[in-house]
Design a protein around this ligand. Structure first.
Ligand code: RIB
Ligand code: CA
Length: 325
């Protein structure tokens, strides 16, 4: 039974890898891609989503540009990490064979209304999700669940000492979602996504594969790898978003716990997710927080889904890489 999903994202290099994984996964029926301002403004993200869809010959999937600015904060984007074009400064030609629609929030609501059992995989700030809940919580509550890449439990922040980028960009949206949620939500935070690293070994394997798809990935991650080395002396790059897609498809990949989670919306800790795992506040749990991941198993799924024709070579490199990630 294929699972119907809307992927809300801010492509973005790792968002693009997540879209590729989703498009290469027969378990998923992608009813649409909605973009939100985060790594890059929502419209640029939509243009990038079209580039990924064209690469995979899937321009049948509709793309909707969504909220351009956070609920309250000024928009802060991440071109320093993802390049001015959001795809590693590759500046690929724009896709003319498909149009970008407006009205991501209305698309999310109308699709939830129309379709039976649809889920949302959110890979960027939660602005679109919050706006949809604000507009029509009753309809939104017919959705199955949200799997959101964002936040952090014990792991340090990636855009402040304590905050993860998606939730830091629009903490008020996160607050609204956490405060009004009526459906299950899984928080795929930095505690698990930091374990997912495309190491030089894997990147060299992609280069050796030398296919149109592997060349696309090698090209868009170059800028991202340079950022990781400059910023944190990591060799390779952390690919956060694909884990949210993989976890949505295979819940054995990660484990976690139910908890009440709140988010800081002002001051030095703005965007920090406060995970009340000790139940100090005596609130009902509103989220399933992931804190452990089988990173090796993820990489096997990710690489073999994208490149089934190289399954043997992938197994070879995975064996060598077993103890690094
Ligand atoms: O903090 C990592 C997250 O922020 C990822 O989703 C990345 O694409 C950016 O949106
Ligand atoms: Ca993202």
């Amino acid at each position: 039974m294929r699972k119907k999903v809307i992927i809300d994202c801010d492509p973005g290099i790792d968002d693009s890898l997540a879209l590729i994984l989703a498009l290469k996964s027969p378990e998923l029926e992608i009813l649409g891609i909605t973009t939100v301002s985060g790594n890059v403004p929502a419209l640029q993200g939509a243009k990038n989503a079209l580039k990924v869809l064209k690469l995979l010959n899937r321009l049948d999937v509709p793309v909707y540009a969504g909220e351009e600015v956070p609920l309250v904060r000024e928009l802060v984007t991440a071109e320093d990490t993802h390049g001015d074009d959001g795809l590693g400064a590759t500046f690929m030609s724009e896709v003319s064979e498909a149009i970008i629609k407006n009205g991501a929030v209305d698309f999310i609501l109308s699709t939830i209304e129309k379709e039976e059992s649809i889920s949302i995989i959110a890979l960027g700030p939660l602005t679109n999700i919050a706006r949809a809940m604000e507009k029509d919580l009753q309809t939104f509550s017919k959705a199955q669940e949200i799997v959101s890449m964002g936040g952090t439990f014990k792991s340090h922040g990636n855009c402040s000492p304590v905050a993860e980028f998606n939730y830091w960009v629009d903490p008020h949206a996160v607050k609204y979602v956490f405060d009004h949620l009526t459906i299950p939500m899984a928080m795929v935070g930095l505690d698990v996504t930091r374990e997912i690293v495309l190491t030089p070994n894997y990147i060299e394997l992609l280069r050796q594969m030398n296919t149109e798809l592997s060349r696309f990935i090698v090209d868009i991650i170059r800028f991202y790898v340079d950022f990781h080395w400059k910023q944190e002396r990591t060799l390779g790059c952390v690919i956060n978003d694909p884990l949210a897609v993989a976890y949505f498809m295979d819940r054995t990949l990660c484990s976690g716990f139910d908890s009440y989670v709140d988010v800081v919306t002002e001051g030095i800790a703005i965007g920090q997710t406060v995970v009340d795992c000790g139940n100090f506040y005596k609130h009902k749990s509103n989220c399933f927080v992931l804190d452990k991941v089988q990173s090796h198993k993820f990489m096997e799924i990710f690489l073999t889904r994208l490149f089934p024709e190289f399954t043997e070579d992938i197994a070879l490199v995975l064996k060598d890489n077993k103890y690094s990630y």
